[in-house]
Design a protein around this ligand. Structure first.
Ligand code: EPU
Length: 342
């Protein structure tokens, strides 16, 4: 074993996943330098093992025992790398905490990331599911990222089209899953910033505070307050944010559902389809605030599954499956799970 790598066996992961599942890694490595990834590839025993690349662990459901090698990405650093007439380019290494990075940009007066305040997880995990909130997706301000290919040992720079970003999705959930290690991400923050105020919650908050011409930090503070009121703090109640994607259905199905459910929450899409509020569907099935074993549905937002204490990955899976069955039966809509099941 090269001295660059300090391998730990049967490593506890409870504090490394936001669901707070008491999982253990068969083998565990923390990476704080790219040289360690090269060393990992050069080590025959480790190179052949199945791997789970771990960022902030905020979008995962773990089993009790994670087989193979868990690689925790702890690369640190953030900097302004360049500026031009239209943008400021900032880079953060993959292990940086997302919210702290957003706050760092806002403290310097740079707008662009404020609607994504307080999202749990790391910078390196943000592109994987193209995090989004309050009318902004990460891809809107994304410039490029560097990734280490565990297959070839190459470091690649990927621009937006290569990442295949979509709603809570990217190539890193598919072809590049467990193969590409995101090292750092560059964001292009606009010099001529305009607030994204499409959400009533945000505009109401600003109006209440009498803020007529908000700064990026004002919008960030609004988003922080809204999230704190609606979503459970994962350091207190284990959770992985929204557990299902909001499903997109045909206009025909939406019209049919409206006939029997006049309060159906739906949003027209540019394609002519409709996005339904999964939280509403789940609430209508009676699941809001309910538990199944030690897993439950958050009482203030039915789209968020929570750990009531000591929940296993199996219990979370069972609850998610039961909700999918009930929503399918009542609304003929199959909810797609959003976090990654390991
Ligand atoms: N609703 C209910 N009952 C509930 C929850 C929601 O009826 O228990 C209805 C309400 O009518 C509400 C509507 O659903 O107006 C939408 O709810 P909300 O604004 O809370 O947003 P969401 O669609 O449930 C999405 C994202 C969140 C993001 C918010 C705000 C997804 C899967 N989730 O939730 O993202 O913060 O919008 O933009 O798209 C995450 O991905 O982890 C996440 C938290």
């Amino acid at each position: 074993m090269t001295t660059l790598l300090s391998l730990q066996t049967d490593y506890p992961l409870r504090k490394l996943n936001s669901f707070g599942i008491d999982a253990h890694a068969q083998e565990f490595l923390s990476i704080d330098h790219v040289a360690q990834l090269h060393a990992l590839r050069a080590n025959e025993a480790l190179a052949g093992m199945p791997k789970l690349i771990l960022g902030g662990g905020s979008n995962l459901v773990l089993p009790d025992q994670v087989p193979g090698l868990v690689v925790k990405i702890a690369l640190a650093g953030k900097e302004i790398i360049s500026e031009d007439d239209t943008h400021v380019y900032v880079r953060a290494e993959a292990g940086e905490n997302w919210h702290e990075f957003v706050q760092w940009t806002l403290a310097q007066g740079f707008g662009g990331l404020e609607n994504l305040s307080l999202i749990p997880g790391t910078v390196g995990a943000a592109p994987i599911q193209n995090i989004g909130a309050y009318g902004v997706e990460m891809q809107d301000v994304f410039h490029s990222l560097d990734a280490f290919d565990l297959g070839t040992g190459e470091v690649l720079t990927l621009r937006k089209p290569a990442c295949r970003f979509a709603y809570r999705d990217s190539i890193f959930k598919h072809e590049y899953k467990d193969r590409m290690v995101i090292l750092g991400v560059v964001f292009a923050l606009p010099r001529r910033w305009e607030p994204k105020l499409g959400y009533a919650d945000v505009t109401n908050y600003l109006a209440e505070k009498n803020i007529g011409a908000p700064t990026p930090a004002d919008v960030g503070n609004a988003v922080i307050a809204i999230r704190q009121a609606k979503l459970p703090d994962p350091t207190v109640i284990g959770n992985a944010g929204s557990f299902f994607k909001n499903p997109v259905v045909s206009a025909e199905l939406r019209d049919r559902l409206l006939q029997s459910h006049e309060k159906l929450v739906s949003y027209a899409q540019p394609s002519g389809d409709y996005k339904l509020a999964a939280g509403w569907l789940i609430e209508q099935c009676g699941w809001k605030g309910k538990n199944l074993g030690n897993a439950g549905v958050y009482e203030k937002q039915a789209l968020v599954l929570v750990n009531r204490g000591g929940a296993t990955g199996k219990e979370v899976r069972r609850l998610a499956h039961q909700i999918q069955l009930d929503v399918q039966k009542k609304f003929s809509v199959m909810l797609e799970v959003e976090p990654v099941f390991v």
